[in-house]
Ligand binder design. Structure first.
Ligand code: ADP
Length: 259
C-alpha cells in the first residue's frame, strides 16, 4: 500500500481530523516487477553472444589465427553468435512494436492457403536439412479477416518451431479447416511434445522448456510471445494439445471474412 495523510483544519486552524488515503499499488508493483524481469532477461540474452564474440576475437588477436583450422572454427562460432544477436534484436523490436497500444493491423480478406503456400516455400529447406516431411493436407482455402503479413509471421513462427522441436525423420502436418464463421490453421508435429503444465508458460517472453535446445535451433524464446500477441490482435484463439515424446498440435482459429 501507498499511504498519504492530510490534516483537516477548522477556521481557527485547529486540527479537526485527518484524511488517510490507502492506495493499493499491488497491480502497479506487479507490472513494475514484470518490466524489471524483462529488462534483466533482455540484458542477459544480449550479453551472452556479445561476451562470446569478444572472447573469440581476443583469442584470435592473441595468436590463435596463426592456426588456420582453429581460426576457421572460431570464425564460424562468431558468425553463429552474430546471427543469434541479429535474430534477438529483430524479435525484440518486433515484439515492442506489436505490444504498443497503437499497433494496428492492415485488415483485408486473407486466404490462409495462399499465405501458407508462400510460407512453405521458404521453410522447405529447413525441413529438408533435418529430413523432416513437411506435409500440407490441402482442403479448405480459409478466407479470413486479417493482416496477411502478420498471419504469415504467425505461420512462420509456428511451423519453424514444429520443425525445430521434431527430431530427424519426423513429420510436420498442416491443414486448414473451415467452419461457418471461423477457420482453423492446424499445425501438428511428431516431435518431443510439451508437458501439460508447461503449455501455458511457453507463450511467456523468453520462456523455454529446454534452453539449450532452443539456442541450438537458433531460437530467441520470443517466437510464441509474438504469435500470442498477433493472434489476440486478430481476435483469434490458440489451442495447444501435446503428448510428451509423441508430438504437439497448435490450432489457431481466425474469424472468417464476411466479404
Ligand atoms: P524458441 O525461440 O525457444 O523456440 P518460442 O517462444 O517459439 O521460443 O517457444 C518457446 C518454447 O516452447 C520453446 O523453447 C520450446 O521449449 C517450446 N515449444 C514451442 N513449440 C514447440 C513444439 N512444436 N514442440 C515442442 N516444444 C515447443
Amino acid at each position: 500500500f501507498d499511504i498519504s495523510c492530510a490534516p483537516i483544519l477548522n477556521k481557527h486552524k485547529k486540527i479537526r481530523g485527518i484524511v488517510v488515503v490507502f492506495h493499493d499499488i499491488t497491480a502497479i508493483k506487479k507490472l513494475e516487477n514484470t518490466r524489471k524481469d524483462f529488462v534483466a532477461n533482455v540484458s542477459h540474452e544480449l550479453k551472452t553472444p556479445v561476451t562470446s564474440l569478444i572472447g573469440f576475437t581476443e583469442t584470435l588477436l592473441d595468436g590463435a589465427r596463426e592456426d588456420k583450422e582453429l581460426e576457421d572454427q572460431f570464425l564460424h562460432i562468431m558468425l553463429h553468435e552474430g546471427r543469434r544477436l541479429q535474430s534477438l534484436i529483430t524479435d525484440l523490436l518486433e515484439l515492442s512494436k506489436i505490444e504498443r497500444e497503437h499497433f494496428v493491423l492492415q485488415w483485408a480478406p486473407v486466404s490462409l492457403s495462399d499465405v501458407l503456400e508462400s510460407v512453405l516455400l521458404i521453410l522447405r529447406e529447413k525441413a529438408e536439412a533435418k529430413k523432416i516431411k513437411l506435409e500440407y493436407l490441402q482442403g479448405d482455402e480459409g478466407v479470413v479477416a486479417g493482416d496477411a503479413f502478420r498471419i504469415r509471421q504467425i505461420m512462420i513462427n509456428l511451423i519453424s518451431n514444429a520443425i525445430s522441436y521434431t527430431p530427424e525423420n519426423g513429420t510436420v502436418t498442416i491443414a486448414i479447416h473451415e467452419r461457418k464463421s471461423e477457420a482453423d490453421l492446424v499445425i501438428s508435429d511428431t516431435g518431443m511434445g510439451i508437458e501439460q503444465d508447461q503449455i501455458p508458460r511457453i507463450f511467456e517472453r523468453f520462456y523455454r522448456v529446454d534452453k539449450a535446445r532452443s539456442r541450438d535451433s537458433g531460437g530467441t524464446g520470443l517466437g510464441l510471445a509474438i504469435v500470442k500477441h498477433l493472434v489476440e490482435a486478430h481476435d483469434g484463439k490458440i489451442h495447444v494439445t501435446s503428448v510428451p515424446g509423441k508430438g504437439s498440435t497448435f490450432t489457431i482459429t481466425f474469424n472468417k471474412s464476411s466479404t
